[in-house]
Ligand binder design. Structure first.
Ligand SMILES: C[S@@+](CC[C@H](N)C(=O)[O-])C[C@H]1O[C@@H](n2cnc3c(N)ncnc32)[C@H](O)[C@@H]1O
Length: 393
């Protein structure tokens, strides 16, 4: 078993990467379960177009964070010899980091062109940090006096020293709970609705989410400088849920409970379905705000805008009506954020690594593209994003 687990780690970061976060890092069984949260090596190619649509929509709120910081603390922008620290939490492979980082840098340099900028990209230790450094360095290559580094650490802990970060940023990451609190419905994620959050298992998801989000918020509060700004975007659900969220719930229920389950049945592994599912949650906006409000002597929610974001793949399908392409692109995108979880989950249940890879390839490269291509009618046209700006008092 341990050998199998070690090979996951090696496959994930060792063999294909020139950069190794830490040669000291030897994953335990628990680490391996959580390491399956990291994104696939193909994440930049298959997911960044999708991510960048929502990033583009929320950039104005991000720019407002820098301007607000300046209004609150104009002297900070005169201290050009103290590097302006931008920390990104959950950078994955970096392609989706470039737009927001450019936005922050441009806003800072409009105010103070001579400001030295230090960017620290955070993700879990087993993330493909080499890919992140390379994508971000390339994306920011036109700027001078920018220093890019990585911090491989679980962000539910404190990652940076007290009072050291000027602008903290995180996109589509804070909704990932470290571990499933209980066996869940046959859905790829926990998607909240007014009924399921009152069920016994739904309450456990809400509690696990609150614990997770509280540790995220309380640690960022420590790391930020006074008046420093935290900007977070996450997927949320509405109460009552919107028509496209009903579609999304059905779509991902069928992906897990029909498409994947059928394949696992073929290998007599249908009972392992639970451990292959994601630990991401789409909660209500109030779940996020209520936890922030607990810290209202130390932080303040400045804005909390919700946006309906057009799904990149669906929009393309509407133009082309090419269901085969649609199935292939959506399956590649889903693979980008699910493949490691699915394989890691099977291995942690005792399935050998080779079989886990075979199942994963068959699922993502063959079965899922076809399945999705036949389900454009229940694929959500939009998704809902909360853009949350929080400032340290
Ligand atoms: C869905 S991806 C989002 C990536 C990117 N920010 C984007 O917008 O496309 C989530 C990322 O968060 C990271 N992540 C999840 N939980 C984490 C944690 N507790 N600490 C650090 N990184 C975490 C994962 O490894 C993954 O790279």
């Amino acid at each position: 078993m341990i050998t199998d687990l070690t090979s996951i780690y090696t496959d994930s970061i060792g063999t294909k990467q020139s950069f190794t976060p830490s040669t000291e890092y030897i994953p335990t069984l628990e680490d391996t379960k959580s390491s399956s949260r990291v994104m696939d090596e193909q994440y930049n190619e298959s997911c960044s177009d999708w991510s960048n649509v929502s990033i583009n929509t929320t950039l104005k709120d991000l720019t407002a964070c820098v301007e607000r910081y300046h209004n609150l603390d104009p002297n900070r922008f005169d201290q050009t010899d103290i590097p302006f620290v931008i920390a990104e939490y959950g950078c994955a492979t970096g392609a989706a980091s470039v737009l927001p980082l450019q936005t922050i840098i441009n806003a800072v340099r409009r105010i103070q062109p001579r400001m030295t900028i230090q960017i620290i990209l955070n993700d879990l230790p087993e993330n493909h940090h080499g890919l992140a450094i390379s994508a971000v360095s390339q994306g920011l290559s036109l700027y001078d006096d920018i220093y890019i580094m990585v911090a491989g650490k679980d962000f539910t802990k404190q990652v940076f020293p007290n009072n050291s970060v000027d602008i903290a940023y995180s996109n589509m990451t804070a909704q990932i709970i470290p571990q499933a609190p209980c066996p869940r419905d046959e859905n790829v994620f926990f998607l909240a609705n007014s009924k399921n959050i009152q069920s016994e298992w739904g309450e456990k998801w809400v509690q696990a989410f609150e614990k997770h989000w509280e540790s995220f918020i309380s640690n960022r509060q420590k790391e930020l400088k006074t008046n420093g700004q935290l900007f977070v975007t996450v997927l949320i659900y509405d109460d009552p849920i919107l028509p496209y969220q009903e579609k999304e719930t059905q779509f991902y229920h069928e992906v897990a409970g029909v498409c994947l389950k059928n394949l696992l049945q073929k290998y007599n592994l249908a009972d392992k379905l639970q451990s292959t599912l994601k630990t991401s949650s789409s909660m209500f906006k109030s779940h996020y705000i209520d936890i922030c409000d607990k810290y209202n002597e130390k932080i303040q929610v400045v804005s909390s805008n919700s946006y309906d974001i057009i799904d990149y793949f669906y929009a393309e399908y509407e133009r082309t009506k090419d269901s085969r392409q649609f199935g292939m692109k959506v399956a590649a995108y889903i693979k980008g954020w699910w493949a490691h979880v699915l394989e890691g989950g099977l291995v942690s249940e005792g399935v050998n690594q080779q079989l886990a890879n075979t199942i994963s390839n068959e699922f993502f490269d063959t079965n899922l593209p076809k399945f999705v291509s036949e389900r454009a009618s229940i694929y959500p046209e939009y998704f809902r994003v909360l853009a949350l700006s929080v400032q340290k008092i």
